[in-house]
Design a protein around this ligand. Structure first.
Ligand code: ATP
Length: 544
């Protein structure tokens, strides 16, 4: 399975930049979610990789193949990129059965493939299976109905699943009636002889055309497998349909029409249809957003399993951070066309690059607390909530003034690059300018307009995940319950401290009275520190 590399990819319409200078390496066999607020450029990124949208500039490589390069004038069409799509509106064809829906695309594929004697291949498989005819008898016994009659559909499906064969082969196996024959061994011997005859005839036919058949029953000439442009055989189509149906567990619905299926089952058919041509990369654009919450959860776990079973590279667009967190091996978080972070979900959660990322992932959202800090003996002494003095101890050694200097350098570098781009006459200035994310400081009264004040190097932001807020009689911060929302498994509480609100999540269904006085601590070493000036992540630590 291939890796996907995007180098300096930009897409703009006029001076509107949907995607700006994006560098991204999607590892082989990864499950990457493209995450970000509505309109940030997720779908555009996906469509550019898939070939449905032409980038303004940049280069895209899938596996060892350059599929787009603006300078070299390469732009491979989507149907030649060996990728599969699954979109939100996955419309199945209503006048076709499930089987036809899945197989339709396969029957249209015409490609260079090895020339194969399917007759000989199937015959060899049948020989292998009937040698152990007792197992077939056991399967038949499993498919008897209450009246002792064999349920043919069930029998065929079991044969298909047990031996990974096509329906045609399953029917052939059933036709030997080993379960009812007087002398099944004799029947099996006859079947073997019949199949050997077929193989001999196919070998002879191959030799007549100057070829031989290899162990996979492919034609070989001068030591090379013969390639031909052909359609998939009925056998190959059926095998593919059965394979994917097994993966998404819809084998029993093959003859039904979409209207006779539930939403979730239809969704699985759509997934099977996408998987059938064995795409090495699968693109999905919010494929679960039409489903109800329960089904969505179920399908999420199916997708995770599917990723493992198929070994394909998955690229998945979503604006649902929970979906991105639970499914992905890596999250690519975009804002206003600019990549904010590309990391494993827990890294994004625990070490977000900036306040935007910290705010975007996590539900309930992270608490941002304004802090005025000064360095003191390897730690920071900070004033929060107007009058509380706390000590932030970083997990790693921190030289704040050195960090601030580097932070400024990064801004200067960014500004230099912007000016360089402006000077380039081919460049168009970005109309949709990046706006610096402003942290939301939760307050009881948010109606008063805050006066703009100058931010100094001492002004930092402390980020506290709700699970770090611990209500305890030994707590040192004093507040009162502003709201409490128990869901059964956990309770989300908002505590008022002076004019400020802080959100905590407490395990279990605890009942609090509004206005009740409580004490709390900020627990653990996962407390984050950000620059208030740039919003960038500084470090993690503890708060006392
Ligand atoms: P959503 O989650 O809402 O689907 P998204 O992150 O997938 O959003 P995109 O569909 O990639 O967003 O669009 C990015 C931006 O590009 C949007 O602001 C959109 O309006 C704009 N855009 C998309 N297609 C075009 C087009 N053909 N012409 C002009 N602007 C476009």
């Amino acid at each position: 399975m291939p890796e996907i590399i995007l180098t300096d990819v930009t897409k703009r319409w006029g001076n509107f930049y949907a995607v700006e200078h994006l560098d991204l390496k999607i590892e082989n066999n990864a499950f990457v979610t493209l995450l970000g607020p509505s309109g940030c450029g997720k779908t555009t990124t996906l469509r550019m990789i898939a070939g449905l949208e032409t980038p303004t500039s940049g280069r895209i490589v899938i596996g060892d193949r350059v599929v787009f390069d603006s300078e070299m004038g390469i732009n491979i069409p989507p149907n030649k990129r060996k990728v599969g799509f699954l979109f939100q509106n996955y419309a199945l064809w209503p006048n076709m059965t499930v089987y036809q829906n899945i197989s339709f695309g396969l029957t249209n594929i015409k490609d260079i493939m090895p020339k194969v004697s399917f007759e000989a291949r199937v015959a060899a498989r049948i020989i292998e299976i009937v040698k152990d005819w007792k197992k077939i008898v056991d399967i038949a016994k499993d498919c008897l109905d209450k009246k002792g009659q064999i349920n043919k559909d069930k029998y065929h499906l079991k044969l298909i699943d047990t031996y990974t064969v096509s329906l045609m082969t399953a029917k052939k196996l059933a036709s030997y009636c080993f379960d009812t024959a007087d002398n099944p061994q004799e029947k099996a011997d006859q079947a073997v002889a019949e199949m050997e005859k077929i193989i001999a005839a196919e070998n002879a036919a191959a030799e007549k055309s100057g070829c031989s058949l290899n162990e996979n029953y492919e034609y070989v000439k001068n030591g090379e497998v013969v390639q031909e442009k052909r359609k998939l055989s009925k056998e190959e189509v059926d095998l593919s349909v059965r394979r994917v149906s097994r993966i998404v567990k819809i084998g029993m619905f093959m003859d039904r029409y979409p209207a006779e299926l539930s939403g979730g089952q239809q969704q699985r058919v759509a997934i099977a249809r996408t998987l059938a041509p064995e795409p090495s990369v699968l693109f999905m654009d919010e494929p679960l957003s039409n489903l109800d919450a329960k089904l969505r959860l179920e399908m999420r776990s199916e997708l995770q399993r599917l990723h493992l079973d198929t070994g394909s590279t998955f690229v998945y667009v979503t604006h649902d951070q929970m979906e991105a967190m639970t499914l992905a091996t890596s999250i690519c978080l975009i804002d206003n066309g600019v990549l904010q972070q590309y990391d494993a979900p827990l890294t994004v959660y625990n070490r977000p690059n900036n306040t935007f990322v910290a705010d975007f992932v996590g539900n309930p959202s992270i608490n941002f607390v304004e802090a005025s800090c000064k360095a003191k003996e390897g730690a920071l002494e900070c004033k929060i909530f107007d009058n509380y003095k706390v000590i932030f101890t970083p997990n790693e050694k921190l030289d704040l003034s050195e960090w601030q200097a580097k932070d400024r350098e990064l801004d200067e570098e960014k500004e230099r690059r912007r000016k360089e781009q402006l000077a380039d006459k081919h460049n168009v200035e970005k109309g949709n300018k990046d706006v610096r994310f402003k942290c939301h400081i939760a307050k009881v009264d948010e109606s008063e307009i805050e006066e703009e004040r100058e931010i100094t190097d001492n002004d930092l932001i402390i980020g506290i995940r709700p699970e770090a807020v611990k209500i305890s009689t030994k707590g040192t911060l004093e507040g009162e319950i502003y709201s409490a929302m128990p869901t059964g498994m956990e309770t989300t509480v908002r505590v008022r401290i002076g004019d400020y609100l802080i959100t905590g999540v407490i395990f279990g269904g605890i009942t609090y009275k509004l206005g009740q006085k409580v004490k709390l601590n900020i627990d653990g070493d996962g407390i984050m520190l950000f620059s208030q000036r740039s919003g960038r992540f500084i470090t993690t630590g503890t708060l006392k």
